[in-house]
Each structure stands twice: as C-alpha cells, then as structure tokens.
Ligand binder design. Sequence first.
Ligand SMILES: Cc1ncc(COP(=O)(O)O)c(C=O)c1O
Length: 461
Amino acid sequence: MSLHQTPCAGLVDDTYASAALRHSAEKFKIPADGQPARDVYELIHDELMLDGNARMNLATFCTTWDETEIRRLMDECISKNMIDKDEYPQTAEIEMRCVHMLADLWHSPESAVTMGCSTTGSSEAAMLGGLAMKWRWRKKMQQQGKNCDRPNLITGPVQICWHKFCRYWDIELREIPFAPGRYTSTPEEVIKRCDENTIGVVATLGTTFTLQYEPVRQIAQALDKLEAERKLDIPLHVDAASGGFLAPFLEPDLEWDFRLPRVRSINSSGHKFGLSPLGVGWILWRTKEDLSDDLIFYVNYLGGNMPTFALNFSRPGGQIIAQYYNFLRYGFEGYRKIQQSCREGARFFADRIRSTGIFELISGGGNGEVPGVCWKLRPNSKVPFTLYDLADRLRTRGWLVPAYSLPPNCENTVIQRILVRHGVSVDLLNRLADDLDDAIKYFNTHPTGKVSAKEGSAFHH
Ligand SMILES: Cc1ncc(COP(=O)(O)O)c(C=O)c1O
C-alpha cells in the first residue's frame, strides 16, 4: 500500500487514531495480521490501568516497590534461564551465594555447605520441603518393613500451598483447627495428632490469616520429648514465607531456625519481606541427610555435576540476581531498618484502628508478628456495616484492604487485614486511616448505602 492510500493518512501516526485502538482488541483468536508495537503497547497498557495500583494493594505480602537498579538488573537478565547452569554459570554461582547467606542468617550448623535452592516462591519451596519429608519418612518405614500407604502431615492453620501439597502427593493433612481466640497451633495440639505415619510437622512463622508466628521452639521441644518417650522421630519444617526475612532482623534472639536441631528445613519468599521482585523463594535443609539423593537431578556444570531439585525447568534468572543485589545493597543493618520501619508503620495504623473504638485488634505490629494489622468488629459494636462493606467502600479510593472469614471453627469471625511492606509509608497509612474514618462516617450517615441525588450531583459543576 502506498503512503497516500493509508487509511489515517491525515492523522500522521497518532496511536489513538491507529487501527489497533479504533477497534476492540481480539479476545478469542490470534489476529490474522500484526500491528505496530507502539500501538499494541498502548492498547495493553491502557487495559492494565483497570488492575489498579499494586502499591495500594495492602492485601499482598509481596514486594511492590523496587529500585531502578533492580529493574536494570532484571532487564539485563531477561533472557537468562536460571536452569541452564552450564550456560549461565555466574547466575548459578550467585544462587548458591544467596543460599549460603540465608543459611548463615538462619544459623545453619554448616552454612557454607548447606543444601538449598531458589524456587518460584514459597509454594514451590513448600512442595520441595514436603517431598523431602515424605521421602525421608518412606525410607525409614521401608527399612522397618512397615506399610507406607498412609502418610500424614501435621500443621497449624496453613497457607493453601500445604493443602495443595497434601492433595497432589496423596498425604492426609491433619490441620489443627482454630479455637475462639486461638489462631495458631500449640505443642499439645501437634503432639495429639502425631503417629508413625507422620512425615513431618509444619510450623508457620507468620500465618497468612492473622500474621502471628507459631511457637516453633515450643513445638520443637514437644517433638524432642515425643522422640525420647515414644521413639517417634518427626522432623519440623518451618514455613517462614514472611518471618524468614523478619525474625532474624527484628527478633534475633527468637529461636525458630536451625538453632533448633528439630528444624530440618525452612522455606521463605524472597519476593515478600526478602524485598525482591515477584518470582523468587528459597528452601534450605539442615543436613544432606534431610534431602534424599533420589530427589536430586544432576546437570553438567563447568565440568562438574550440579545438583538440582525443582518442580519447574525454565525460569528467569533475574529474581535471583535481584535477591543478591538486595543482600549487598542493604546489608544486615539495612534490612533491619526497613523491617523496623514496616513494624512502626503497622503500630501507627494499629493505633488509628484502636482509636475508632469499634474494632478489636488481633495483631498490630507486635513482637512475633508480621508487620501488618489485623482487626475485627468488636462483638458489641452496633454499626450499620460489615467489614465487607468497608472493604468495598475503600476500593472506591483505590485501596485493596480485604475482609475475609477465618477457616473452620471460626468461620463466623470476619477479619480485615493490611500488610505494611517496604514502600508503605506512615504518610500513606495516615491517608488510608483517614479514608477508613470517612468510610465509617459514610455508612453511619447512609445506613442503606444509598447516595442521595443531591449528594450524587455534587460532582457536577
Ligand atoms: C505462610 C505462607 N506460606 C506460603 C505462602 C505462599 O507463598 P508464595 O506466594 O511465595 O508462593 C504464603 C503466601 O502468602 C504464606 O503467607
């Protein structure tokens, strides 16, 4: 087609007058012809505006703020496949450095040779940790000539990844239900459920529902006692998805990690309080014996043999590099300061929640909690709205502050929760608290939730 035949010749090359933006985008079939990159970019960019602003999503534990240098490194690594250890030996080397730094942070007895690897997040890490426990248990049972058909796993109120693990790998999940006012497991509840078919116990350092740390040390001691009394040697895995990057900096004396010999493996999310961009988690085992050799595949690597244990094959290398960047960039003191300011932000917001007089706090930036605030309506507060209404109202300002009911045994308790992450400043929290106050006033003055015509037309000049 010659230039003078171009349909929009008079409009030069304006994106919004282009063919791509003058029609709805194709949704069911790959279009027959391509379109200019800039037009298609704008088309998709504009549609993504409807996703809202990730930084105002206070539901997520994941990193939503990053430095320019992180973006540059991610960009430089966009085509590096971390599984190609032969081709990208430095990425492989950097992955191992991160494992060893975490091993040191989590007090591994032999941090320079600790077994571990990166994953896509804590969910994949949980699968690997769970599989290692299952393999270890099965070997032990086989050696004793016992039946291996009915493995079980004992947990407190766990994130869905552990439900998936049990379903996908045919394991009975013995999840300790909540009790009114008790939102974590206890050593007694764990021990009650243990038998010779128990492949392991999972304790969570920062539960997804209420942000509280489970009592890892007390559970470890109870399992030690069980072994001494009944000869049941049950490993403890710590799901430290959030806590693994918090407790070492904020509560260094809290014993939850490899200082406890009962703790055989730990997972954590690099992309949560590890401050890295989405797509990186970590799992470490205490000793070589805790990760059966059958689960490891060896790939040729610089003339040697590199062990790998993963569910995926191809995966981008940038997130691992970003994790290493963060370790060097912030150092121990930098992480401590960042996590401390998140905690202070949570305390600030908890005070604002308390001052409304209608909410009861479940957690609010205390010791043994992930920085965040979790609250419910006071039983006697007679308000013309639910927490679901409040969440909905806050959405009109762009905030995502979810309300949800608790799992079985407490399903009638509805709670609301925010996470205070890197990049959620006190100033931002102050605005959120003001918007929350406004939302409460709105419901108090509009009990039916309906806006009058006069109020509705206030926007028109
Ligand atoms: C305690 C816990 N475990 C596991 C996960 C899953 O982590 P990821 O999103 O990194 O897969 C989460 C996510 O919120 C979590 O809070």
